[in-house]
Design a protein around this ligand. Sequence first.
Ligand SMILES: [Zn+2]
Length: 450
Amino acid sequence: MLLAHRIRIDATAAQCDYFARAAGTARRVWNWALAEWNRQADCGLRPNAMALKKAFNRIKYSDPDWLDADGKPWLRAIHRDAHAQPFANLAKAWSRYTEQRRAGQPAHAPRFKKKGRSAESFYLANDKFRLEGRSAVLPKVGRVALREALRWAGKIMGASVSREASHWYLAVQVDVPDHLARRRRTGDAVTGVDLGLTSAATLSSGEKIPAPRPLKAALRRLRIRSRRQSRKVEAAKAAAGIVGRIAKGTRLSASKNRTKGALALARLQARIARVRRDFTHKLTTRLCRENQALAIEDLNVRGMLANARLARAIADVGFYEFRRQLTYKSGRYGTQIVLADRWYPSSKLCSGCGTRNGGLALGDRTWTCAGCGVWHDRDVNAAINLQRLATGALAARTALPEASQAVTRGTAAGRAPAGGGEVTPVRHEYGQQDVSGQEENAVHICTRNR
Ligand SMILES: [Zn+2]
């Protein structure tokens, strides 16, 4: 089973400088390859990543575009994995694009990466670096200090170095043998999970899991800082005499104050992402551990991002991450994930009698069924509908005797939902995982019922 461990690097200034240059190289090579790809495709040729890489290798030490001011090829200072991998990535991006197009999904062709806008990262092949406890030896850089040792035992497949705000991370991909990657489940329940904004998640058992607390305060600060930053951008625009949208290719002169503000904003965004990721990890682990099957909605993440306010947009990114984590953890715990169709009206169906409430508005937190008169909490009702779907999907596939008993719990029609329990996320330092496959944390979340 392929698992990745992302470890923070305690990099020196010189190491940060190399990382930034290597990531910049990867970006420039990607852009070169994409431009060449598009040019060939326009000429009616069939571009191919391997051929492009060969063409690049022929010019990379001689083409004036790739020489520095002294006429020396600056690529020599950067390890070759950083400028070889973009070709493989580009090939992957194109095949993903054609696949999505063929499947009728919304897709966009690979795009050029923009400095300061695109994620900064570069790749390292598995034979080019080694890990020694809490340090790693990287090509051209030497020894770098890591915040923790690699958590997984297994064959190392590769790694990438990437930046988040002012920190660099090493993500190591490891092929962990199944018997070490597998985790024991503590329960065989079937649960529907409704993801929302008022509560981060509502379970079909009636439990409501609130969003992590630090997030609310940070979001408020994020709004303030974003506003401050956009005022600075507006001021720079006014100074440059620009009205309305900035034309493509225009560069505003970078003031020190604006650069500083941008970094402060990026740091805050990174912190929010960390808090959310930590919360999501604990929740998805708990859900996979306690359930043999989970049903969630297949949300149109991209569509939602398009029409969103700030908080909403961040929550939606959370949905995507939530699903990604559930998907890979389900393999480790042997939990089935059932995705409800995007158009399945989980909120609008009465979980008691199946009557559809077409008039349910987005703001309605509770409603009473016209068919059977039951009072519904919107989210709990949706979660129960999702759970039904999972039970149906399970029944259609295999007979699972444990399911029937678990399913009836909390789904009894004709009564108000059990008053939601309050969940307090408990902070734990990430426990070291030993090779015996012991669970990393005994308790991630403690539940207190009121
Ligand atoms: Zn009803």
